[in-house]
Design a protein. Structure first.
Length: 126
């Protein structure tokens, strides 16, 4: 494997020594979006039991499996976002109320753009 490098604004942003490092250790939003990652948000991480509570501007919060505290860049994979008219029983701890802004056909899937105080994408498969 090789180091992931991203050319941005005339400089080189280093993301890691192996391909997966860019996903595990986001150095900044540009590096995260370079390989196509979406739903990147900045927030403050506070330990809450064995999880981290991520608080984003506007007061919205969600939970993540992380040991980090302080300022963080978090990524919510579009394939992990569930869209529902109403809350339902499931094991995830984060439920973000939002509004559908746009629906885009994406091959055999559908990309749903939501507003949950920040824009978020959900990739839905049949």
């Amino acid at each position: 494997m090789h180091r992931q490098d991203c050319d941005h604004a005339g400089g080189l942003n280093r993301a890691g020594n192996r391909d997966s490092a860019v996903f595990l250790h986001l150095s900044d939003v540009f590096v995260a979006e370079f390989p196509g990652i979406r739903n990147v948000v900045r927030g403050i991480s506070i330990r809450s039991g064995n999880l981290a509570r991520i608080i984003v501007p506007g007061g919205l919060e969600f939970f993540a499996a992380s040991d980090l505290e302080g300022e963080v860049v978090a990524m919510l994979h579009p394939g992990d976002v569930i869209v529902s008219h109403e809350p339902f029983a499931f094991s995830a701890r984060s439920c973000l109320p939002g509004t559908v802004l746009e629906i885009i056909l994406f091959g055999s899937a559908v990309l749903v753009i939501l507003d949950v105080l920040f824009p978020i994408m959900a990739l839905l498969h049949p």
